[in-house]
Design a protein around this ligand. Sequence first.
Ligand code: 4AD
Length: 501
Amino acid sequence: MAQETTIDQLKNYVSAEVTLSGWIHHSRPGGKICFIVLRDGTGFCQLVIEKNEQTAAFYDDIKRLSQESAMEATGTVHADARSIGGYEVRVTHARPLQPARDYPITPKQHGIDFLMKHRHLWFRSQRPWHVLRIRATIVDQIRRFFNDNGYLLIDTPIFAPAAGEGAQTLFKVDYFGEPVYLAQTGQLYLEAACMAHRKVYCFGPTFRAEKSKTRRHLTEFWMVEPELAFAALDDVIAVAEDFICSIVDRVLRDHREELTALGRNLTELEAIKKPFYRLSYEQCIEILHGPKAKALLEADLQIKQARIEELTKKIDELDSLIKGDASQWKKDQAAGEVIEVREERAELQEQIGNIPHHMELAKNFEWGGDLGGSDETIISRLHDRPVFCTHYPKGVKAFYMRESREDARVVENFDLLAPQGFGEIIGGSAREEDYDRLLARINHEHLPQADYEWYLDLRRFGSVPHGGFGLGVERTVAWICGLKHIRETIPFPRMMGKFYP
Ligand code: 4AD
């Protein structure tokens, strides 16, 4: 009797007979032999079906099945290093479960807009499959890290009466006739919880009405936020450092194959070890004004220009192939490829257009401004390990951040920048524990005091130094997987103007 199993278990069934059920990822049918790459949700595996007396009854039915048809196959497992996944199954029996017709995502390249509109199907392709598995591991490691280190999970509300971060990114919702907002952070509630449980964390979806269409912004993203009572800025930074190392170690332990398939440079990830770099805001400005930042952007300009020329040549070649008398199959292939190449070129052209602006921004950066995306990218590209940037001017940071007792112009905060240009993945701070200073900040920011009375209570009754941070899951997944854009790191991304499917 053949054993019903899944592709990830084939290693336990070498030379034995198994039954697999799954979907056709790719099929190469022939008159005498048919090769099928089957995927079953747990992996990919090659099926080999030879036409002979035993298979004649079903051979033609299976041969006709196209991409994404569901089928079942029984056969003997053979280890084969050249095969996808390392095993192949020589089929003795098979049956179609549901034939699919005209599956829209074919092995040829498609543009990102097309893929995003077909996200519900694109899921099945190898690249999203790898990314979402790595995401699941990162989420698991996040929970493990906090659960194993004495933090209590606190589920904070999603309907919030007031802003937790900037008022300009609030999503307003009608709550039985009254306005409430979708949570931008669970932090304020966590501060209440840490005075009850000392070490706490929340983990859930977070909403920001970001009107920017950047590669780093979603309107719905997942954030994990720990909060610790009796903690100073350095204590919070130390937690963030251990936390990031634990995530990277875990992904490297469990997902080397997936990372390699995604083209991620493993050596870069292996270099993520303590201690991370620490730069004050002032030091960040020095870097932005310095020769290394300028040289980096100038080199960028040249590299990108050269690449654009290369791509333009490629587009011309593909266009003439499409117009010429190549086979229809080759023309289709080229038509798909040209979309991708054009997209890459358009992206580079936009980036090149921005470089002079980024140079100006860096050169003219003045004390008091917030570090923008391009500034962060410069700093992050000049480092091979994550960088803590600390002590930003009060004016550009949230009202709850603790004023530095050494320099009242700045707050005790940090942003953690992932290296190699990925930019900010964590924002955190010590919180203002002093009632008068906090109230002054609330008033200075023209926040409605009544909405924050409960929060002020935390400073009225046994207020102690405390702090925490928030890590954005999608930005972390993008960095670890080496993805340019955050939209591929969440099952169904929500961005400005994009909420289908
Ligand atoms: O720096 P942020 O705004 O910090 C807070 O929300 C604090 N309340 C956290 C805390 O101290 N408890 O956001 C934290 C992180 C960012 O570093 C980024 O990784 C992610 O959340 N993030 C976003 N990710 C995707 N899309 C967006 N629009 C994001 N905004 C923030």
